[in-house]
Design a protein around this ligand. Sequence first.
Ligand code: AMP
Length: 273
Amino acid sequence: MREWSQLQRQVASSVGFVPTMGALHEGHLQLLRQSREENVATVLSIFVNPTQFNNSNDFDKYPRSMEHDIELARSIGIDAVYAPESSTMYPEGFDTSIDPGSIARSMEGEFRPRHFEGVSTVVVKLLNTVKPHRLYLGQKDFQQLAVLRHVVSDLDMDVSVVGVPTIRENDGLAMSSRNVRLTEEQRRHASSIYSALTACQTQFRNGERNVDVLKDSVLSRLSSIPMCKVEYVSIVDADTLETLRVVHQAAVVCLAVYFGDVRLIDNVILRSE
Ligand code: AMP
């Protein structure tokens, strides 16, 4: 991968990079397509990173479809797929970890301790090997995008971070590799997550700015979804992820819920027009 990248940087004016954990869906493909449009060469990485899972059951059950993913990547004209083994990423003696600090402590960081240390460390390793000009990340994982922007800036890394809007199923459910683990009934109810978020956007557009009021309405809608267990709902500043009491500038409503043992996250942005 390193040799290929070095060569590419000589011949291609820009290399785009899309890191993933595989089990590709339309959301991933959107990132790949955007990178293809904006760069001469595009690299996809597929690595189910053990250090970002704090639940071994989630790691074991994470869907994997390497052959299919490679075929898909080939069919849309991706230039290279980097799929390292765990032993390549974490050989014996590996012991370094990047702690992104306070931006990683709330929301996902609170419920998945050390998750963003795993994410930050693996992404920096991948960037050091792939050496892209642009890094493509989905807004679906809003906090991950904010954390990685922060890491790239703090560590003076020479890469532009590009955030790509969330791709949804027709009924509004955010595409996720974990969706295939939902039962038919859970899948039907899961579309109401997005309805709860869009209802909050409507309330915001109608003038509501009080975070407690907005949050309570999302919580009450979520609690009426059958089979759905809420982990958190937070309304935070869209840049700093700091908690707010009143929405002045751009804010984001982030949430995590469980259907059985399947954990889903989603978010929408609240912005005054
Ligand atoms: P993952 O394989 O889940 O680690 O995701 C790899 C990348 O794809 C991350 O940057 C995600 O934010 C992004 N991604 C995942 N699902 C979606 C989606 N539905 N829409 C846009 N981007 C997504």
